[in-house]
Design a protein around this ligand. Sequence first.
Ligand SMILES: NC(=O)c1ccc[n+]([C@@H]2O[C@H](COP(=O)([O-])OP(=O)(O)OC[C@H]3O[C@@H](n4cnc5c(N)ncnc54)[C@H](OP(=O)(O)O)[C@@H]3O)[C@@H](O)[C@H]2O)c1
Length: 298
Amino acid sequence: MRVLLIGANGQLGHDVRRVWPIERPSDELVCLDHGQIEVADLVSVRAAVGAARPDLVVNTAAYHRTDEVESQPERAFAVNAVGARNLALACREADAVLLHLSTDYVFGGRKATPYVEDDPVDPINVYGVTKAAGEMLVRATWPRHFVVRSSGLYGVAGSSGKGGNFVETMLRLAREGRPIRVVDDQTLTPTPTRELARQLAVLAGTERHGTYHATCQGEASWHAFAAEIFRQAGLSPALSSQSTAESGAAAPRPHYSVLDNRALRRAGIDVLPDWRDGLAGYLAERQTATPTDVGGRG
Ligand SMILES: NC(=O)c1ccc[n+]([C@@H]2O[C@H](COP(=O)([O-])OP(=O)(O)OC[C@H]3O[C@@H](n4cnc5c(N)ncnc54)[C@H](OP(=O)(O)O)[C@@H]3O)[C@@H](O)[C@H]2O)c1
């Protein structure tokens, strides 16, 4: 299979590049970064997809600085919604499958139990609205798609959209000996991009198109996640909790956005570990990564 990866220098893109050749060695991977394709521009998208002649397009590109996006709805809509539509159109023209990444933030957090794939979306911030629109445009444009929602991503490349990642930020603050306050009223499932990349490779080997939740197992508040990072790293900084309101973030966040990987489980292809084991894998991996790899954009 010829696979075209969009957003190849991003956090998830970096791990797709590393994991795909291991998981699917007979695939040919063509990688494009932002300098080589602009997803918001249909001409650019058609040219890139036309030149690569892929069987599968994996779209990890997004504009996802959640707070900044509140005041940049046009740009966010162009990348996250129109960009997804452009890729779906180009995939339809090329008869290629589209695997498009989405987010837990398409949900508003009013549930108290994990969200399943067919729960109605009800985003409460601009980022979530644009991602929900992107999903809908993909579904409305081209049936041969996978829409994969994940949550709380972190990887050795660090998020280029957000700069660094949560784990590296926590470790840095602990090293600096600063008191650390982390929100305890947002519950989600932290997921390493390396584990998600493996799951994407497994899913791509099927013809079971549709919408999937793909996070690690279990759930944690950001505060519980921070506490587990310090426990596993053998650190004991002064960690305390704060509420989302106290944090002063510009964008509202869902209080509960845990995703149930029900569709993956029913298909018998859920390979994602418990979030604590995912964290242990990341902490081991960062020991062997180069310094510029680890949260390099932070
Ligand atoms: N990070 C999270 O916690 C999280 C949680 C749930 C879901 N997701 C979703 O998971 C996916 C991957 O996230 P990530 O953390 O890997 O993001 P990331 O590190 O910001 O990577 C995104 C990549 O896309 C590129 N890109 C941005 N705008 C583009 C455009 N208009 N055209 C072409 N390329 C563009 C970026 O390049 P430049 O940096 O050069 O612009 C970057 O290399 C996204 O769909 C995101 O919505 C993320």
